[in-house]
Design a protein around this ligand. Structure first.
Ligand SMILES: Cc1cc2nc3c(=O)[nH]c(=O)nc-3n(C[C@H](O)[C@H](O)[C@H](O)COP(=O)(O)OP(=O)(O)OC[C@H]3O[C@@H](n4cnc5c(N)ncnc54)[C@H](O)[C@@H]3O)c2cc1C
Length: 453
């Protein structure tokens, strides 16, 4: 893929509103901030819950495209945002957590978003307000939910505190990322890391395999004789199979021990022992096998936060614990005044920060249209991209372009990969190399800058 077109696609997003989007100098990551218009004639009160990849984007673009008449309140539990993207490189010491920190300063000072640093504890759909954990309520004309994910306990665990103190999942960047880094540093050479991968769908499809690669690279250099044992609940590597298989078999031969089809039945977090069954091609390969870890990194199954369950916004099937939406507007199918974006929503697109940014823009455009009585844009195109470090100096990437497709049979629409884009399949880099690594740094800076400033 052409790098310039790819970076440009970030700001174009899903909309026909290119001219209103921020401009980016072609070889610079410095944004040119457009003013919030005062003359759109549109008004409304929108509350956004969660200021991550999708929530920050929707807050910004609601003001940029809706104008000063659209009052946007962003309620975020943390004082600032720590990016999950690139957080695997904190584990290897290539980045610090502080370098992944983003504030809401520009959203407030330039775009005029009202920021509330609080956790939303409840949603009253009848009277249209949200309750704050510390007390107080905020009313809305439209509510956008962008709270990311909750993490389940692994079988055998009894408290989420076990992730905080003993066996960090680090699938939300923050203190657990630092804990995992410290555990890797403290681990004796020759002992093993065990990493478990949940069944898809989960946040960032290539992310666990990326983590395996960067940890393996680090073990090779820092902990002679150590291995990383990967217990994958999926039957096979779910994305970029060629690139990851090649890395496991060549670069990391003898370091990565990849075991597909593993159903974890028990995690003893105190002793870091994992019990699992392994089924390959319908045949049980190992029953009740156990592995002992020096460092245990269980990536748990994930679901939309309890807040959405309490508000009865989730799919009726417990195996799909996310919020069904109309992908033209991200309106919840249970409540048209509530929009759900990012990882908490149920769509055919991956749970990823790049797509969260695109969903934020799509949702902002849809709300502006709904507030002004205009029809939704059915010519919707979004794109997803993930860069993946394979070593400390090389990376691969995966990208897909989605288009809205209406099915008259069911009366609903979905986002499908453009048939002309690699025969309707995501496209992956042909190999891991250092050019991709450089592009990854630019992509990340551009995506984060575009989302938070
Ligand atoms: C290791 C790793 C690597 C990744 N790499 C990539 C990558 O290369 N490319 C990519 O595109 N994606 C990547 N991702 C995925 C990406 O980080 C997520 O998909 C993305 O952050 C989801 O965006 P979101 O807006 O749904 O949620 P988040 O970004 O998680 O934001 C949710 C926000 O909501 C807040 N919140 C939650 N509940 C409440 C509440 N009740 N009240 C107030 N605030 C609340 C949280 O504090 C948080 O700030 C990666 C993820 C991981 C873990």
């Amino acid at each position: 893929m052409d790098r310039r077109k790819f970076l440009a696609s970030l700001s174009v997003g899903s909309l026909g509103l290119v001219g209103l989007s921020n401009a980016w100098a072609e070889d610079s990551v410095t944004p040119v901030l457009f003013p919030v218009p005062t003359n759109t004639g549109i008004s409304g009160k929108v509350v956004v819950v969660g200021g991550g990849m999708s929530g920050a984007a929707v807050a910004k673009y609601l003001r940029l495209w809706g104008g000063t008449g659209v009052a946007v309140t962003l309620v975020e539990a943390s004082p600032s945002y720590t990016s999950n993207i690139m957080s695997n490189t904190v584990l290897t010491g290539q980045r610090t957590l502080a370098s992944l920190n983003y504030t809401y300063d520009t959203l407030v000072s330039h775009y005029g978003v009202t920021r509330v640093n609080a956790r939303v504890s409840g949603i009253n759909r009848t009277d249209r307000y949200v309750s704050l954990a510390g007390g107080g309520t905020i009313s809305y004309d439209r509510l956008v939910l962008a709270p990311g994910l909750d993490f389940d306990l692994m079988p055998g665990m009894s408290s989420l505190a076990e992730y905080e103190t003993r066996v960090p999942h680090a699938w939300k960047a923050g203190p657990q990322t630092q804990l995992l880094r410290n555990q890797l540093l403290a681990m004796p050479a020759g002992q093993n890391v065990v990493l478990t991968i949940p069944k898809a769908p989960y946040r960032c499809p290539p992310g666990p395999y990326e983590r395996v690669c960067v940890i393996a690279d680090w073990l090779k250099k820092n902990k002679a004789g150590s291995r990383i044992i990967v217990l994958d609940a999926n039957a096979d590597i779910i994305v970029e199979k060629e690139n990851f298989s090649l890395a496991f078999a060549t670069l990391y031969a003898g370091v990565v021990d990849y075991r597909p089809g593993c159903n974890v039945t028990h995690v003893d977090s105190a002793n870091r022992v994992v019990t699992y069954d392994q089924v390959i091609g319908g045949i049980a390969k190992a029953a009740a096998a156990q592995v002992q870890a020096a460092v245990l990194n269980p990536i748990p199954p994930q679901r939309a936060p309890q807040l959405l369950k309490d508000a009865v916004l989730l799919h009726a099937d417990p195996l799909k614990p996310f919020a069904p939406v109309n992908v033209l507007s991200y309106q919840s199918l249970a409540d048209p005044l509530i929009h759900v974006i990012g990882d908490a929503s149920l769509t055919t697109q991956p749970k990823a920060g790049h797509i969260g940014n695109q969903q934020g823009k799509t949702c902002a455009d849809a709300i502006v249209r709904l507030l002004s009585g205009r029809p939704l844009n059915t010519q919707l195109v979004t794109n997803s991209a993930c860069y993946t470090p394979i070593t400390a100096t090389t990376a691969t990437w995966l990208s897909a372009v989605y288009q809205y497709q209406y099915d008259p049979g069911t009366g609903t629409g979905t986002m499908v990969i453009l048939p002309q884009h690699n025969n309707g399949k995501a496209i992956a880099a042909s190999s891991a190399n250092s050019d991709n690594y450089q592009d990854m740094q630019r992509w990340f800076t551009t995506l984060m800058g575009e989302t938070f400033s």
